[in-house]
Design a protein. Sequence first.
Length: 391
Amino acid sequence: MQIKGENINTLVAELSDLPCFIGKELTIEAINTGYSQQVFKIVILDNGHDSQSNDGTTRDEQCSSHQLTNNTARSSRLKCSSETFVAKRFSDKKIAYREMQVQRFLSTQSLHQPAKQLRAPKVVCCHEHWLVSEFIDSPLLDQLPISEKAKLERATAALAKFHDAFSTFRSAVQSTASDSQANLPAIGGIEAVKAELTELDLPAVIRSLANSIGKLALKGWKDHEHLIKQAMKCAIEMQDGFKSHIDESGVGVIHGDLNYANILVTQSNGDSDDTQVCLIDFESVALAPFAYDLGMLMAINCVPPSLTDFCIRNYQNHAINNRYLQCEVVTCYAFISSIINGLWFSEESSCKNEKVTQDVYLAKASAQFAYAKMVYSTDSYLSHDKSFGSR
């Protein structure tokens, strides 16, 4: 089995050599080929005893002994009673480190108000291209047998809490000896996370993807040229507005890819009010308008435009900070996002070796372009070439 040019056995060997897994008997299962990264489920088989090694240290002590520098393993206290983990391999080490910072920030601040019902998996180890996290055995939101409105309600609520987490949890939280993740970098509050992020440049994203697709000369992509040009026009106008209002409350840390498959849902005693969500996959996190995150959420999940007002209202109902969001702006971002998604899925399809996988990605691309066409044709602001930059 080949994964982006690498043999699966090579990846398994890399996993076994990670500091948190050295000397342990593992079962390694590819649980998801992912949209861009390879993900594995890891089960430790030989962790039932707290025996001492030749140097007199216990296994618990060994699991927490990996010190963090820029050139060494990043590992938290891996309790040997824990057995199951998720390991994600990134093509870019910088993205792995960025996702670790964001994920770790969220998992730490979830102990504080106001986002007590929002969490992220605890980080176990970040080393080179690998990020290892706790395994959370919960269903994904897209797997729940509930209505589109119910899914959208939970997703927008989670998004509001995500935005609030980075807007309100600003006090520095330094790593101490009592910190359960003391061997990871100190958590310096919001500024430490922002230092790892870049401002989202939508025109540059569209331009890069369109150029790549053009070179690949994929069949049928020219059918979408008009929509791509309109998305570029909208993106330039929106980007100008973004730059002129970058210090305002409407801009902050965004998730960037909150599809229903990136939300784990747990519920206690069947009580809907006791629902807790866990967000995953933070490789698209950036600094951008909050409205863009709502637009991307709608686009990647193909949410009917008729639910835009519902999406905004539910988001605002769960946000601690009062954010005024215009329906036209969110719709514009949904249009731009669907074009970006369509181009991205098209590009990724060319990287896949198996035809079945190629067809899956091409189907997703087709769905995104169809969504973009629907939004463009039914929205008066888009179809009449109105200006969005001042909104």
